[in-house]
Design a protein around this ligand. Structure first.
Ligand SMILES: [Zn+2]
Length: 415
């Protein structure tokens, strides 16, 4: 019996098959978003194995241990409006959905996991009636204060009944970076099928598992992401709920995500060739084979070795190292490599909610960008590598001073 057995997932959430042994183990890690207040540094942290496996029946890659949702989502630090990239992203997202919609007027849009309400506000700007659903109390309260109707709950039967009663069926249901977060996804799909109008669009956005395989972005693995999704298993899941994928669009956010458009089976939208193309590609590239994932695991271990060698060599030469960006995913790399504040002295992040906190596990202090300007280090590892270009551009003067920036993935590189 292990202390962590209570979190062990025995069956696949897409197909109920018994799950095989682990493919990749990233160690026992704290929650990637649980930044620590400095005066609470000595308190013990919640930790759980961060390990993935792959269902051999339906092909879904998933965590072996599931942390109860309340521990992760009841107070959430990530606020989507903090970056300009996301503001533009969601404005385009809302516009695209309106253009695609079969129904043209009086649209009702529901955003699942609406965070601070950014996408809901974009729906409103497109003239739709819109509301968000989010379990994080602090974010929901704040959104409601700003006039963005947000139901503070999980997207469950009760929430759906409330929406149907007060607003009717939804023409658009969206879930951005939530679909991969939900353990009981069968209930969510059932509730979506119940809330969606006959001409409605269910649209989800999630980091594409194939991208993780190709670009080695294994830092997308953290406890909040319970599923790592390819189109093949997703299609299978949807078919169980009389839903079908009718289009797929590639999006750049989070280093390579997919936006997948879903409708009720045999609905009004034409199923595009893109869907078949993705399915064929996954088959041809070996993404439906177990061995592909075992090879991936070996490559991840190599990244760790390279990063550790780099940091150890730098420390031997008395060089100093800072980090740039304290996204949740950065903590996966940091804790997988067991980095300490002696190795990485501090991490810069623009989110004021993270500043003056310590990173979970490693307990590296998070500071604002001014601090780096005043305390320049020899190296800066960019953990928010998807914003590397923006970060380097904004810190040109540091680069001119001779500070070297390092992007850790797909393989550690000085740029
Ligand atoms: Zn399965």
């Amino acid at each position: 019996m292990s202390l962590f057995d209570q979190y062990l997932k025995k069956e696949c959430r897409y197909c109920n098959s018994k799950l095989p042994h682990a493919i990749l183990e990233l160690g026992i890690q704290p929650l990637a978003n649980s930044f620590i207040k400095k005066d609470e540094a000595e308190n013990s942290e919640f930790t759980c194995p961060l390990t993935i496996t792959r269902c051999t029946h339906c092909g879904l890659v998933q965590l072996t241990h599931i942390v109860p949702a309340d521990l992760m989502f009841s107070h959430y630090l990530y606020v989507s409006s903090t970056t300009k990239t996301f503001q533009v992203h969601f404005a385009e997202y809302a516009k695209d959905l309106k253009e695609r919609s079969f129904k043209k007027e009086n649209l009702l849009a529901v955003d699942i996991g609406s965070n601070d309400g950014l996408l809901v506000s974009c729906y409103m700007k497109e003239g739709m009636k819109a509301l968000g659903v989010d379990p994080a109390k602090n974010l929901a309260e704040d959104a409601n204060k700003r006039g963005i109707t947000t139901i503070n709950n999980y997207f469950n039967e009760e929430t759906v009944a409330q929406i149907k009663r007060e607003y009717g069926n939804a023409d658009i249901i969206s879930g951005n970076n939530v679909f991969a977060h939900i353990d009981d996804i069968q209930s969510v799909c059932k509730n979506v099928a119940n809330l969606l109008s006959d001409t409605g669009i269910f649209v989800i956005e999630f980091p594409y598992m194939a991208v993780m395989l190709e670009d080695m972005v294994f830092d997308m693995i953290y406890h909040e992401h319970v599923s790592y999704i390819n189109i093949t298993p997703l299609k299978y899941l949807m078919s169980q709920h009389q839903l079908e994928i009718f289009d797929i669009k590639k999006v750049a956010s989070h280093g390579g995500s997919l936006r997948v458009f879903i409708q009720k089976k045999a609905g009004v939208y034409k199923v595009t060739d893109t869907v078949t193309r993705y399915l064929n590609e996954e088959e041809q590239k070996g993404y439906n084979k177990q061995q592909t994932y075992i090879d991936f695991s070996d490559r991840v271990a190599n990244v760790k070795t390279t990063l550790l060698e780099f940091v150890n060599t730098a420390k031997k030469e008395n060089k100093t190292i800072a980090g740039y960006g304290a996204p949740a995913k950065g903590n996966t790399i940091i804790n997988y490599c067991n980095f300490t504040p002696e190795q990485i002295n501090f991490i810069v992040d623009d989110n004021p909610m993270k500043q003056n906190m310590l990173t979970p596990g490693a307990k590296i202090p998070v500071v604002n960008s001014q601090y780096l300007a005043e305390h320049p280090t020899d190296y800066v590892i960019i953990f928010a590598w998807n914003f590397a270009e923006e970060i380097i551009k904004n810190n040109k003067q540091l680069k001119e001073k001779g500070i070297k920036f390092i992007v850790p993935l797909p393989k550690p590189e000085i740029i």
